[in-house]
Design a protein around this ligand. Structure first.
Ligand code: NAG
Ligand code: NAG
Ligand code: NAG
Length: 374
């Protein structure tokens, strides 16, 4: 006993219509989550664009859905839903520079504030980040925008030595790396793809000095690679401006440095992104409010580079996997995956790695990220 043929056909048609409707709604909600829309850079879709999106959607339907979209996991979690504000701007660019922002950031405390920094240096840098591309982490898609942006953030933890996670890491849409991210010789464990490299000028240059003998002889470079500057002092603004202009750094501790020796010859504003100091403040306040803040180390305390990259991914991607981040059994592993001899992890006073470890554990348990453990 089946349905009469006509009715079955109608049911199928209805189902198909409902599916494409659902896909379109999913599509729109993912659009809302992209950083561009947060800064108001994205306009309302024209009818043509609407039609194009719909057709592209049906072509790429199989790849549309997110198995575990993190914004749903956040919404379902009693604690984390009150912490996450996915509408907060992640990147700073010229369009966000107002006298109010200058006032508030130059009165702020913390290593990422503008207290004591030159107005001229900040403004002349931000003026170069004047296109809406500087407001977005991910390039505007040429084809259909994916509704599920899958990101891997690769920390440098010893847990990755012998992990054989390289292929899995490379299947993600975007791969974030940071500081002394040695790839050569570790491809099987850490993969080869790099979409974003995050750093402060200090951590980048220290990594080049400290890990050169372990294979970190240059910062990852590549045509599709983007650099994420973490503004922890005036050095980032000066280096960023010089990188875009293609000139040596004019002053400060990095005076005379040629940015192309770090980032390669391609100098364009779209190659460089700048984390918003208020975003770092928000992350510190809500996710990593360490007891160190109320000690003598309060003015040097900041989340680690890895933490900032992972939290950046959590505020821009739809699914996030974290590799090489500190786990509860960190004592079993060396400080970094690229060390030749076992070296215990050192806890410095400018970071709170125990607090970070607890946060990754909780986010993993909440299904908001997936943390590689073994
Ligand atoms: C969909 O994903 C598969 C593998 O995940 C890939 O091979 C294929 O090219 C993708 N299709 C489109 C249209 O992006
Ligand atoms: C953005 O800045 C660049 C470099 O200063 C300049 O050439 C360009 O005209 C500016 N674009 C806009 C839209 O202001
Ligand atoms: C990396 O792993 C190999 C075997 O998997 C081991 O022999 C070596 O000691 C490890 N290196 C460090 C620094 O722990």
């Amino acid at each position: 006993m089946g349905f009469p043929r006509g009715r079955l056909l109608w049911l199928l048609l209805l189902l198909a219509a409902a599916c494409s409707g659902i896909l379109f709604v999913l599509h729109i909600s993912a659009e809302e989550r992209s950083p561009g829309s947060r800064s108001g850079a994205r306009g309302i879709l024209s009818p043509t664009a609407f039609f194009q999106l719909k057709t592209l959607n049906s072509q790429t339907r199989k790849n549309q859905s997110c198995q575990h979209p993190l914004h749903l996991a956040i919404r379902q979690h009693r604690h984390f839903r009150n912490l996450f504000d996915l509408s907060t701007p992640v990147l700073l660019w010229g369009g966000l520079l107002t006298p109010e922002l200058w006032d508030s950031l130059s009165r702020h405390k913390g290593p990422y504030s503008w207290q004591g920094l030159s107005h001229q240096d900040i403004v002349s840098t931000l003026r170069l980040l004047n296109s809406s591309e500087s407001a977005r982490l991910f390039a505007a898609p040429r084809k259909s925008p994916p509704t599920c942006i899958r990101c891997a953030v690769v920390g440098n933890g010893g847990i990755l030595n012998g992990s054989r996670q390289g292929q899995k890491i490379d299947t993600h849409d975007y791969v974030f790396r940071l500081n002394g991210a040695v790839i050569k010789g570790f491809e099987q464990d850490v993969g080869t793809k790099t979409s974003f490299y995050g750093f402060t000028v200090n951590t980048m240059k220290n990594s080049l000095i400290s890990y050169q003998h372990l294979g970190f002889t240059s910062v990852p470079q590549g045509q599709d690679l983007r650099y994420i500057f973490i503004p922890s002092s005036i050095r980032e603004y000066l280096m960023l401006r010089s990188a875009i202009l293609g000139v040596p750094v004019p002053k400060g501790p990095d005076k005379g440095d040629r940015p192309d020796t770090y980032f390669g010859p391609e100098a364009s504003a779209s190659k460089f992104k700048l984390l918003h100091p208020d975003f770092i403040g928000y992350l510190t306040e809500r996710f990593l409010k360490s007891k160190l803040i109320n000690t003598n180390f309060g003015n040097v305390y900041m989340p680690s580079t890895g933490a900032l990259m992972l939290l950046t991914a959590l505020h821009t991607c739809d699914q996030v996997s974290a590799y090489g981040f500190i786990t509860s059994n960190y004592r079993k592993y060396s400080d970094h995956y690229f060390e030749r001899e076992m070296k215990p992890l050192i806890f410095y006073v400018n970071h709170d790695l125990r607090l970070e470890a607890a946060l990754w554990r909780k986010l993993h348990k909440a299904g908001i990220l997936w943390l590689y453990q073994r």
